[in-house]
Design a protein around this ligand. Structure first.
Ligand code: TXA
Ligand code: MG
Length: 324
């Protein structure tokens, strides 16, 4: 059931979570499928509802750095980053704290844990009302496109989720940046809503996991399997022209003519607007009658890094389909 977030529905959602149930809720990045991060059975229910392989660890959502310190071994770099980016679209991977209450299943047996303080008021209200960290992957079936509206959640998960808090369209529209702080030089495991440039402005040079040997990167962030963000039909990148059986995902003021259907990520070439539209437009183009989705080139800077990362995954058809 999709409900408007009010004091009453948030209290109801918090009660469901404390009892081990699942609730879908809005964050500024994408909608999350939340469960009590300290409850192994609730976390297992998340994997089950998503059809997600259990080796893929989850992010624990917290209110602030003070709370995160109880779950992970905090350090100075984390502190600098949290001051600049929290609450916001940056997830930090740190060693689990001794006696961390985070369920082992939530960190998939790793000795690290991922934490993030979302900036969405509904997400914050829910975390506060539950009084526990909320484990939440994106609220879609595994391998599908992340939901940026409450209706997407209902379409993807159906009655696997009893309650969806409707916060309207997500402001950022792309998942958080996942940054591993357990190595000497921090590694961007997943590009996302916080740009590499902005992160480097605070802590200096970071590495990109794409630059690591494939096996290493896969091990470090198991969610980053190639076909993670897969629409149902083939995706063709860097399209400068388009054919009549294609749907066009355009960018900028001059899309080529002739597509069966065109969605423009940002007619004014604004990467923030493009990020916010990405998943909803991929969904809109992923429909019967359209043979293939053609995507215009997007600049590889700022949020373009994360947008192109998602598009390359959507285009890769390795049939694994076992991501988040
Ligand atoms: O924006 C977001 O991050 C959204 C909203 C709901 O917060 N959540 C999200 O969660 O995208 P999910 O589960 O779809 O993606 C989490 C990513 C995965 O790539 C996973 O492998 C990585 O974070 N991750 C989680 N814990 C990790 C850990 N301990 N070490 C390395 N990677 C980790
Ligand atoms: Mg996901």
């Amino acid at each position: 059931m999709i409900v408007e977030p009010t004091a009453a529905t948030i209290a109801e959602a918090a009660k469901l979570l404390r009892e081990g149930g699942l609730v879908a809720f809005p964050t500024e990045t994408v909608y999350g499928l939340g469960g009590d991060a300290t409850n192994e059975r609730a976390v297992a229910a998340i994997f089950e509802a998503k059809g997600r392989p259990q080796f893929n660890p989850l992010i624990s959502h917290v209110l602030d750095a003070g709370e995160a310190r109880r779950y992970v071994q905090w350090n100075q770099t984390a502190d600098k980053l949290a001051r600049r980016f929290w609450p916001g679209p940056l997830t930090l991977v740190l060693p689990r704290a001794p006696n961390s209450p985070i369920a082992l299943l939530a960190t998939a047996g790793l000795d690290t844990a991922a934490v993030r303080a979302p900036s969405h008021a509904v997400a914050q209200g829910l975390i506060r009302a539950v009084g526990r960290p909320i484990a939440a992957p994106s609220a879609n079936r595994s391998g599908a496109v992340s939901p940026t509206r409450a209706e997407h959640v209902a379409e993807s998960l159906g009655d696997r989720v009893t309650l969806v808090l409707d916060g309207g369209p997500c402001r950022v529209g792309l998942e958080s940046t996942v940054l591993d702080l357990t190595t000497d030089r921090p590694i961007v495991l997943r590009p996302g809503g916080a740009t590499r440039e902005a992160i480097e402005g605070v802590i200096g040079p970071v590495a990109l996991s794409d630059a690591l040997p494939t096996g290493d990167a896969a091990l470090k962030s198991p969610g980053q399997l190639k076909s993670h963000y897969a629409p149902g039909r083939p995706v063709r990148l860097n399209a400068t022209s388009v054919s009549a059986d294609e749907g066009l995902l355009a960018f900028g003021p001059h899309p080529p003519a002739g597509a069966m259907l065109t969605c423009n990520l940002s007619p004014s070439s604004d990467l923030g607007e493009a990020a916010a539209n990405l998943f909803a437009q991929l969904r809109a183009l992923d429909r019967p009658g359209i043979g293939r989705i053609a995507v215009m080139p997007i600049p590889e800077r700022g949020l373009g890094l994360a947008i192109n990362d998602r598009l390359r995954r959507a285009a890769a058809d390795d049939g694994a389909g076992s991501g988040g």
